[in-house]
Every structure is written in C-alpha cells, then in structure tokens.
Design a binder for this molecule. Structure first.
Ligand SMILES: [Fe+2]
Length: 233
C-alpha cells in the first residue's frame, strides 16, 4: 500500500493532510477511511486529495460516502465530490448554510444512515450554541473518531505564545480536551453530558482525533479526561 494511508485497525486507515492555519494556529489535519462490510468506503473529514492519496484510497474499494464531522471541517469536500461524483456527500449540522456551493445528499444527526449503521455508530454532540460535532464509532476496530471536540497536541507542537495559549486552552498533552473557547459555548450541558454518556457506553479502545496524538488503547480513559470540564459544576 502507498505511504499515503496508514492502517489503524481492521478496515480502518488514516491519512495525514497538510497543516492549515486556524485563527493563526498551525493545525495538522487527518482523515479516516473505513471499509464497510459491503466493501465500499466511508471517508471521514477528507483532507487534500493528492494523486498518491487517491490511488491509495482507490486500491481499498469504491468511495461511497464522504462525511463532514462538523461545520468547520469542510475544506476539501468539493474536490472529493468532483473526483467521486457518484459518492454521497453528508453535511454536519450547519454546513449546508455555510457551503451553498456544495450539493449535499443528507445532513447528519444522531442516527447512523442505513448505509453504515451495521459498521459505524454515531452521536450528535450537541449543547453548544457555536458548534455541533458528529462523533463516530467504528465497531470492528473499537475506535471512536473525534474531529475537534478532543485535541491532543504534543507538548512541543505550538511554539512561544501560541504554546502558552494552547496549554491554557486545554488541548496539549498530557491534558487533552475541547478547546477552552468552545467549552464556554456549551450552554446546554445536560444535552452534552447525555451525548458523552452514549460515547462512553461504546467503550472505545482506540481514539482518532483530527488534530494531535492518536490513542491505541484504553480510549475511554482519554475521553473521560478530555471531558472533565463538562462533568464539573
Ligand atoms: Fe479541526
């Protein structure tokens, strides 16, 4: 297999994308590919579609579903839709209003579509007036997949004042979590706690995040640690 994709469990692969600026902070990007039991591919939070990545993906099976986990993860969806015109495009809540140029087949919510319900579970992590994320769980690899709700940057990723702010914001190991400014927007914590309870009930072993270090074992411990802010008060 090409170096563009790394295996992260049975029928699960990850690809590292370019580093993109987010409010002047350099954010590495990562996407996931899941092969569904029928053989087709579920593409989570696609990154830039290079020729190497495209040939690695095509070698795994036909691309059927292209998924945005939250409304700020959408940068490369257009180029994937152009490359795979027969795939279905799934918006996160709020994204259709933001990307009127894209043609979405559905908006995701708390219930996995029949097309992947046998392989992947999902939770709509609501309760913030700013941003709602869809969190996924790949049963076969026991992997929970988070975009921005959990960030696990290595100690030395951000330099200087950015490092200070990132550590204060609670997104740098060994203190992973939801960025501090986003935490403040959760005005309906009961709803968010119910979503978290459903995620913990999956008992994930692995945790994939879009930004930061991956977790290979005891995923529930990392998830609990990342949401301490939510359980307080
Ligand atoms: Fe992100």
């Amino acid at each position: 297999m090409s170096g563009a994709l790394q295996s992260f469990g049975p029928d699960l692969w990850l690809a590292e994308g370019p580093v993109v600026p987010f409010m002047s902070f350099p954010y590495p990007t990562r996407m996931a590919v899941i092969r569904l039991s029928g053989g087709s591919l579920f593409i989570w939070s696609p990154t830039a579609l290079t020729p190497q990545l495209k040939s690695a993906v095509d070698a795994l099976g036909p691309v059927a579903h292209i998924v945005s986990p939250n409304k700020i993860h959408h940068l490369y969806m257009g180029e994937w839709q152009d490359a795979y015109p027969s795939a279905r495009l799934y918006a996160s809540p709020g994204l259709p209003e933001r990307r009127k140029d894209l043609r979405f087949d559905a908006v995701l919510d708390d219930t996995p579509p029949a097309a992947w319900a046998a392989d992947i579970e999902q939770v709509e992590f609501d309760g913030s007036f700013y941003l709602t994320e869809i969190v996924f769980f790949h049963r076969k690899s026991r992997t929970a997949i988070f975009a921005d709700l959990i960030q696990t940057f290595p100690q030395d990723w951000f330099k200087g004042w950015r490092g200070v702010l990132a550590r204060m914001g609670g997104i740098v190991m060994p203190n992973p979590g939801t960025p501090g400014d986003w935490r403040l927007t959760f005005n309906k914590k009961k709803i968010a706690r119910a979503a978290l309870a459903r995620i913990l009930a999956w008992q994930p072993e692995q945790v994939v995040v879009a930004h930061g270090e991956l977790t290979r074992s005891d995923g529930t411990t990392l998830i609990r640690k990342s949401f301490r802010w939510l359980m307080r008060g």
